[in-house]
Design a binder for this molecule. Structure first.
Ligand SMILES: [Zn+2]
Length: 189
């Protein structure tokens, strides 16, 4: 299948420059055929030609599902409704029809706001992978901080606490940076 390709450099580990090998939560080895998601969260400094990786991880489908299952019912419904109402897959569908499988282009605009990636001060990217392959379908996609802020505002306190706990367990902010971390800046797609 043409829409299944080697995972592009964009979704490699920025630390090692190679494939992310293990699930963040259960530590399963991903590269012999496991199904998983890669998420990267990036701060961009438009005009300065520089960016910082805020989070970067892979979650196997079982672990991702177990987190989603802990979302409150109300939050899950509101999130699903937001995505139905606001996510526009027409660009990705066009690329798919044209068999244009370049991850950089798929993530070039926010899936909700259509903001070009270079104009987003922060954004998340996600990719659906199996082993060392990426699947081009509803992702890879990029969602701007502007849109994830809107999603974060829909979430119940319980779900926000859950996501913040997940973030703090896995990515404790450096002490001196913590005032910069907003209460609600983390959404798992
Ligand atoms: Zn896992």
């Amino acid at each position: 299948m043409k829409n299944i390709q080697d995972i592009p450099a964009l979704f490699h580990s920025s630390e090692t420059g190679t494939l992310i090998q293990r699930c963040l939560m259960c530590d399963s080895f991903l590269l012999d055929g496991m199904e998983y998601m890669i998420e990267k969260s990036i701060s961009n400094y438009p005009g300065m030609n520089t960016k910082d990786i805020i989070h970067e991880f892979a979650l196997c489908v079982d672990c991702a599902t177990s987190i989603m299952n802990e979302y409150s019912e109300e939050s899950a419904q509101k999130m699903a409704q937001y995505f139905t109402d606001h996510m526009d897959f027409s660009r990705l569908n066009k690329f798919k029809t044209e068999e244009f499988f370049e991850a950089d282009l798929w993530v070039a605009k926010c899936i909700v706001k259509k903001t070009p990636i270079e104009e987003c001060s922060n954004y998340q990217m996600s990719a659906h992978c199996i082993g060392d392959q990426i699947i081009f379908d509803k992702s890879p996609l990029m969602i701007s901080g502007e849109a994830t802020d809107e999603v974060a505002d829909l979430l119940s306190n319980k779900t926000t606490d859950l996501l913040n706990k997940f973030r703090d367990d896995h990515f404790p902010p450096p002490e001196d940076l913590s005032p910069l971390f907003k209460e609600k800046d983390f959404v798992l797609l």
